[in-house]
Design a protein around this ligand. Structure first.
Ligand SMILES: *Cc1c(COP(=O)(O)O)cnc(C)c1O
Length: 428
């Protein structure tokens, strides 16, 4: 066990290092399962790339209109193979996850239609897309209605009320968010998503089911599109970009729906034929190739944090024995001081901006200050090690990412060291 560099270069107390090593020993079989899942996903991706005859020519770039961009079209074919769908759009012109999801919603819903969220409220940024919070250009402004069925108190689906809601024939699309985002519910596993989709399709086979897959890619052996989702979207600066994609998003699903999305994203008449790849293709291909490994590192980091903080007496969501379906870990730190110190530890472990100390600040859309730690190579990338949390009760921190497991491990050790050196925790 090489504890020297942790102490010599990062000032981590040998007691913290030892506890960390003990926890890693306890997690051995969990780590083996994480390795198994990434192995399977890696094979899925390599075989898709081989079937599409990927060669160095695929990384050439197009400019201007982007007609006949072979590498772009081929990558989209690979995404449809990996996600088991008829079609895909993978574009640098999709600016982020919210844009990918908003493109789907605007493509599929018309004036007088209703969007149903059968499993509670959507991600914060989607509130403005839908018009739950007033905003310019929302679906609501264009005459699209929204209906929501909340989860039961035990976080199970409220099937009775979903069934009742589905009687409304104006409902055209149902949207399911896999990852909990900033909510307190657990994230929905693929098997839970499957159950919900089957329930909906039994009653309304015509309904389009979409899934917000942000942070979920390659965490499990299957994806929502393997279990009946008609269309699904996500961000390339999260899991599937593998830390290399500098921007972009993807949408995968049924061909007729993806074509509509392309007409919405670009223009009616033009659709998927246009959109220059602007030099991004190599990083999209290589990022997808690396993604299962990067997700592996993020999952080990999340699990290590979960078990470590559990041992220190904190409430963690998910806990170290619950199944995982995304890379998000939350830890209830219970005090402002602990939240600030945790984020300082994460920041100071980073290769980029490791010298700065994060401070809380006001954020649009939040009614309390927020503190964020993110030392990333790609601005705002949350597949890289990062942590954030609002400065209010119960002082929960949301942790995600790490491109490599050793970096994730260092970040968690640094965070514990910060709390330890301020006597907020004791270690025997
Ligand atoms: C990140 C995220 C989004 C939005 O993605 P951005 O890229 O930040 O716009 C939507 N839904 C979920 C569950 C997310 O985690």
């Amino acid at each position: 066990m090489n504890t020297n560099l942790y102490t010599e270069k990062f000032n981590i107390d040998p007691k913290v290092i030892l506890l960390g090593e003990n926890i890693i020993t306890i997690l051995k079989s969990n780590f083996e399962y994480i390795d198994y899942v990434s192995e399977q996903n890696q094979l899925k991706i390599i075989s898709a790339m081989q079937r599409c005859n990927v060669s160095i020519d695929c990384f050439n770039t197009s400019t201007g209109y982007g007609y006949d961009d072979y590498g772009r079209d081929n990558l989209e074919q690979i995404y449809s193979l990996v996600f088991n769908t008829e079609s895909a759009l993978v574009r640098p012109q999709i600016t982020c996850g919210t844009h990918a999801l908003s493109t789907v919603l605007f493509a599929l819903l018309h004036n007088g239609d209703t969007l149903l969220s059968p499993a509670g409220g959507p991600y914060d940024t989607l509130e403005e897309v839908i018009g739950i919070r007033d905003s310019i250009g929302s679906l609501r402004e264009y005459g699209v209605n929204y209906k929501q069925v909340d989860l039961l108190e035990n976080f199970e689906f409220d099937y009775d009320n979903i069934q009742k809601a589905l009687e409304d024939k104006s409902i055209k699309v149902a949207t399911i968010q896999r990852s909990k985002g900033y909510q307190t519910r657990p994230s929905f596993t693929i098997s839970k998503i499957k159950e919900l989709i089957q329930f909906i399709k039994n009653i309304r086979p015509d309904l389009i089911v979409m899934v917000d897959n942000c942070y979920g890619e390659f965490v499990e052996l299957m994806e929502p599109t393997d279990v009946g989702a008609d269309i699904m979207a996500g961000s390339l600066i999260k899991n599937p970009g593998g830390g290399l994609a500098m921007s972009g998003g993807y949408i995968v699903g049924r061909k007729d729906l993806i074509d509509r999305c392309a007409y919405r994203l670009n223009s009616p008449g033009l659709g998927r034929e246009v959109g220059a790849s602007l030099g991004q293709l190599r990083s999209f291909y290589q990022g997808l190739f690396l993604s299962p490994s990067v997700v592996n590192s993020a999952l080990k980091t999340a699990l290590f944090a979960s078990k470590f903080y559990e041992e220190l007496g904190f409430k963690v969501i998910p806990n170290s024995s619950e199944p995982r379906t995304d890379i998000i870990q939350s830890i209830i730190l219970e005090s402002e001081n602990a939240l600030k110190l945790f984020c300082k530890g994460i920041q100071n472990s980073s290769a980029v901006d490791g010298h700065v100390t994060p401070v809380p600040s006001d954020m649009p859309g939040y009614n309390s200050q927020v503190i964020m730690a993110c030392g990333s190579f790609v601005s705002g990338s949350s597949i890289e090690l990062s942590a954030d949390g609002p400065l209010r009760e119960p002082y929960a921190v949301y942790l995600q990412g790490a491109l490599t497991w050793p970096h994730g491990k260092l970040g968690i050790l640094k965070s514990v060291q910060e709390l330890y050196s301020q006597n907020l925790i004791t270690i025997n």
